[in-house]
Design a protein around this ligand. Structure first.
Ligand code: GTP
Length: 306
């Protein structure tokens, strides 16, 4: 490719916003063509903004996965929801991702009200069309389009990839001229250390039930590329109670061993190098009130009451 000058190029930020579990992370991964954001069947998996980059000819699209928007209870919830709205506020385009299978829930209604205050151009993305009948889909589309002004409506299955290319093509035509924000071969702005922490957090969510993963955070304390090219990664899982620590460790340390083995396997497949992963579980009762933990997650620490 010949050298491009900024006047030849266009670039835009597209925020993916919606309710928890709408499929935003699945869509981000499908857009980028590889896993950059963790996915689980549980709501509120994504905690901060995660950027995935799609570079086509002269255009760069930076899709921003945001935490699901819900009624916050704890300080961490508030930080997540604020991060999602700020993702929408900073974007050139806002893509409203809706779980079409769930339809128009009260949660979605309040999101529509919130979105009415976002001035940027919006598009509607009805997701999970593999699970819903066409007539219901059209009804939902009509209903949402009657409430908010959308520049366009897409009907997609992020899981199967249906409709995703049309969405990319549309975005490419609607982002402003300007220089690229990332080098051509960049797929995400997540560092190796953060990616590794997210992968462990995903395995924790998938393996441990109830509220424990919601009350835990994973940090990579050290990430070393060794002489032989392998990665040595030290991580800490912070939990709020000793009982949670015991459950995560499991009898004879079996549960944490499985979580570690699953995370290690995925990291090795991702980076195609041997990975040595060491995970410690620490009780820190009030990590949810510690600004440092929020910085590590890429979140602003919300001021005021809990
Ligand atoms: N059937 C079907 N399931 C989907 C589709 N897209 C996502 N899912 C599933 O929906 C669940 C939630 O997906 P995520 O991508 O984690 O949703 P999210 O909006 O990022 O969720 P939060 O992290 O809570 O904000 C997962 O079990 C996905 O496999 C789809 O197109 N079809």
């Amino acid at each position: 490719m010949t050298e491009l000058t900024p006047t030849d190029t266009s670039c835009g930020f597209i925020a993916l916003v919606g309710a928890p579990n709408a499929g935003k992370s699945t869509l981000l991964n499908s857009l980028v063509g590889t896993k950059v954001s963790i996915v689980t069947h549980k709501a509120q998996t994504t905690r901060s903004q995660i950027r995935g980059v799609v570079t086509l000819d002269t255009t760069q699209l930076v899709f921003v996965d945001t935490p699901g928007i819900f009624a916050p209870r704890r300080r961490l919830d508030r930080a997540m929801v604020e991060s999602a709205w700020s993702g929408a506020g900073d974007a050139d385009l806002v893509a409203f991702i809706v779980d079409a299978e769930k339809g128009l829930t009260p949660e979605l209604e309040s999101l529509v009200e919130g979105l009415a205050n976002v001035r940027h151009p919006k598009v509607l993305v009805l997701n999970k069309i593999d699970t819903i009948r066409r007539e219901n889909l059209l009804k939902l589309s009509e209903e949402l389009n009657s409430r908010l002004r959308f520049e366009s409506t897409f009907m997609i299955s992020a899981l199967k990839g249906d409709g995703v290319q049309d969405f990319i093509d549309w975005c490419a035509k609607h982002v402003p001229p300007g220089p690229w924000h990332f080098p051509e071969d960049h797929l995400t702005d997540l560092t190796l250390a953060l990616t590794a922490a997210e992968i462990t957090r995903e395995k924790l969510f998938l393996r441990i039930h109830d509220e424990i993963p919601y009350n835990a955070t994973v940090e990579t304390e050290a990430f070393k590329v060794q002489k032989d090219g392998s990665y040595k990664i030290d991580q800490v899982i912070y939990v709020t109670r000793d009982t949670h620590k015991k459950i995560i460790l499991g009898a004879g340390g079996q549960t944490i061993k499985t979580i570690g083995a699953e995370a290690r396997k995925e990291l090795m497949e991702m980076y195609e190098v041997p990975v040595h992963l060491f995970i410690f579980v620490k009780v820190r009762e009030k990590w949810g009130d510690d600004p440092e933990r929020y910085r590590e997650m890429g979140l602003e620490y919300p001021s005021g009451k809990k």
